[in-house]
Ligand binder design. Structure first.
Ligand SMILES: Cc1ncc(COP(=O)(O)O)c(C=O)c1O
Length: 383
């Protein structure tokens, strides 16, 4: 039967993600539009994004945090380009984004001593292969496969190399073991539902030391430079951005952070995301057609929740037909206003990806599941 109740907010995209509950354009009223980001008003707001982020995330006081150009990609690339090459590099990857960083290390940075430790979609690579005399690059949450690193136990506390972590779909929804991480990057449009534009980069004292003692053997564009004459460019980490930010996006980031504080800070955000995963897990446990791409519970993402079809009749269909049916379901749900943007990532196996980050209400996930069942029963009529 076709469900009658729609999710209040059908935005389940994995980026840009749903705005926080109750968000309207009024949230941007106080934006310092038309003002210089270097004036007191602009710089104060940028500094406030940094300070509130550090506080909500419980970042160690000796870590620095900066706002940088080009979203998460900009943040992680500036780390790779400016820090790698001092020693061997391991890249752990298990989906599209991590694989992209491995390709950059190989083909762009031409790291001579490079190991790429891989796994297929739905699985985690063998983390015990980590060699902490080397630098390691990895995502915390593989957004396109719904597989996350379960914890930081595999990262050596006494490491010599740097742990460089693209954490864009994890930060604010998952506990991060900061002491085990030297570079952590994210963007604004994920768990707090901000506007896409800028990246955030957190550096441990060891990462700062790398920037101050190592000169990368390659040209570095201005937007990748974090040190000058052997000194960290400290201003970047106090709100003096390298280039011009959007003050509307800054205001929106502040709105997201204030909302995060109002729902109980990090613990509240993690709880909201976990509740979303649980709602889908409870439903999938009783489903005869849907399952998780990440079969192992401990590595399952609570933000980018990736589902596959487990019905043997579906899986016996030619790959093109499977893709066609999944696409038809996604279009049907979009048309009904039940769910937007839930198709699996273009390079991932056929299926669905439902964002379960903190801005998504569990009530909306609960309202979505009958629609998933309905859309499957509709396409199932044809095979
Ligand atoms: C793990 C991961 N890395 C990188 C990116 C790219 O981020 P951005 O578009 O913010 O540069 C994404 C976007 O979804 C992501 O999920």
């Amino acid at each position: 039967m076709k469900p009658t109740q729609l999710p209040k907010n059908p935005c389940f995209s994995s980026g840009p993600c749903a705005k926080r509950p109750g968000w309207t354009l009024d949230a941007l009223k106080g934006a310092a539009t038309g003002r210089s980001h270097r004036a007191k008003i602009g710089k104060t707001k940028l500094g406030e994004v940094i300070e509130r982020s550090k506080k909500v995330l419980g970042m160690p006081s000796d870590y620095v945090l900066g706002i940088v150009p080009a979203s998460d990609t900009g943040a992680i690339e500036m780390a790779l380009w400016s820090m790698l090459g001092e020693r061997g590099v391991d890249v752990f990857c298990w989906e599209s984004f991590g694989s992209g960083w491995a390709t950059d290390c190989k083909s762009q940075l031409k790291i001579a001593d490079l190991r790429v430790i891989k796994a297929d979609y739905g699985k985690l690579p063998d983390l015990s292969q980590a060699d902490w005399s080397r630098d390691s690059v990895f995502t915390w949450n593989g957004t396109t496969s719904g597989v996350r690193v379960p914890n930081g136990d595999w990262i050596a506390a006494d490491r010599e190399g740097l742990a460089i972590c693209d954490a864009t779909s994890a930060v604010f929804a998952m506990e991060m073991p900061w002491e085990k991480l030297d570079v952590v990057t994210w963007s604004w449009q994920k768990v707090l539902g901000g506007e896409g534009a800028h990246g955030m980069i957190a550096l441990s004292p060891r990462a700062v030391k790398r920037l101050e003692t190592f000169t990368a053997p390659r040209p570095l564009p201005k937007i990748f430079q974090m040190s000058k004459g052997g000194k960290l460019m400290g201003g970047i980490f106090e709100g003096e951005t390298i280039n011009t930010p959007s003050m509307l996006c800054v205001e929106d980031a502040l709105d997201g952070l204030k909302w995060a504080e109002s729902v109980g800070g990090l613990a509240g955000l993690v709880e909201r995301s976990q509740a979303n995963l649980k709602a889908l897990e409870d439903w999938a446990a009783g489903s005869d057609w849907a399952g998780f791409l990440a079969e192992e519970k401990g590595i399952r993402s609570s933000t980018s929740i990736c589902l596959k079809v487990k019905d043997p009749k579906f899986n016996a269909l030619p790959a093109d037909d499977q893709a066609k049916h999944a696409k038809a379901m996604v279009s049907m749900l979009d048309k009904e206003g039940a769910a937007y943007d839930i198709g699996a990532y273009r390079d991932a196996p056929v299926g669905f990806r439902i964002w379960g980050g903190a801005t998504v209400e569990t009530q909306d996930i609960l309202a979505l599941v009958p629609w998933l069942d309905w859309s499957y029963s509709e396409v199932r009529k044809s095979f």
